[in-house]
Design a protein around this ligand. Sequence first.
Ligand code: ASP
Ligand code: MG
Length: 409
Amino acid sequence: MKIYKFGGASVRNPEGIQNLAHIISLCETEPLVVVVSAMGKTTNALERVLAALMAHDRVEAAREWNDIIAYHDAILASLGLPPETLPYRALPALQDEHNYDLSYDQLVSLGELTSTAIIDAYLRSQGFDSCLLDMTRLLRTDATYRDANVDLDTSAGLLCEAVRHAGHRICIAQGFIGGTVDGLRTTLGREGSDYTAALIGNFLNADSVTIWKDVPGILNADPRLVKDTVLIPELRYHDAVELSYSGAQIIHPKTIRPLENKRIPLYVKPFGDPTAAGSKIHADAAGPINVPVYIWRKNQVLITIRPKDFSFVLEQSLNQLFEIIHRHRLKVSLIQSSAVTISVSVDHTRYVDDALRELSQQFRLNYNEGLSLLTIRGTTPEILHRESANRQILLSQTTRRTARLLISE
Ligand code: ASP
Ligand code: MG
């Protein structure tokens, strides 16, 4: 049994879906679970529908929604599939206009439910022995909407049973989404489909998990930003965790643990060249990565707190700070403390403003928005010198061979 995961970019047009079918055909008789994201930029478009609905702008919501339907209809037509293949056509109502996160998950999950319905139908039309799984029923989560926590034991039982019972060679599963015991849909956080693939690999004791991407594998830098990138053929699990935590967009940070626990190798391969080796993440990788790796984490806010009086107690302030950060679901990318201040860099999400308001009640507060965090693993003094030149650096940290620069752009 193998697990394949295709992201939105790989299934954004009819050619991509035909290519998915081609890649699957290369596996011959091997059983597969194929995890798929929403097509192209559908998740972003659904977020815009939600924003319009929350703002009571039905006209704008309908316009965005109709674009999504037209986009999928065009794909259906090119693939020779009937319009009924599309599971949703009518603009849904808001689940609860006072609960953004709950409403988000009910609406945005439609992207994956639609993409998987289309891909399953296409594979069947091409003679593949395929079936569709419903992850809103099989991936049981709590009700932390937009960042749901998976009930591993229940989900493992449900999923193994469903795959066994289905009895088809290929099962198509939605990435990114799950459901509560009450039948409400949940999501696992943006880009969460990789995590779904890893969980399914873990539950089914798969031989391997492969993420098909529009890059040759894991590179030492983002090819959109850097000219001469090199492919990293092999990585240890914890190197992969470090890379994704630092902001490498290649795999979701939660992906590695479920695989490492069962020593299941993870391949990252180019979907345009399926027989290429790509990168392999596994327990027996030869050693540390031997080229410098550059990772950008964009859209950061640097928050610095100082006590309002002079009774600075580091532990106590840390506690208060992190309690607030955790409650507002901020994701911390860097921490630094001085004698009387603590600085943290967090992703700029919609929860930041509330957190800042609350922090300002307890602390004196400074913050800067619009920053980027550059992490350089395997750095040298020369590299650090070069990368620091001509940049406005608000904070820098170096530990052994890793440098982290918070840059104002
Ligand atoms: N469709 C979701 C997103 O765009 C999940 C994913 O792609 O992994 O965030
Ligand atoms: Mg995506």
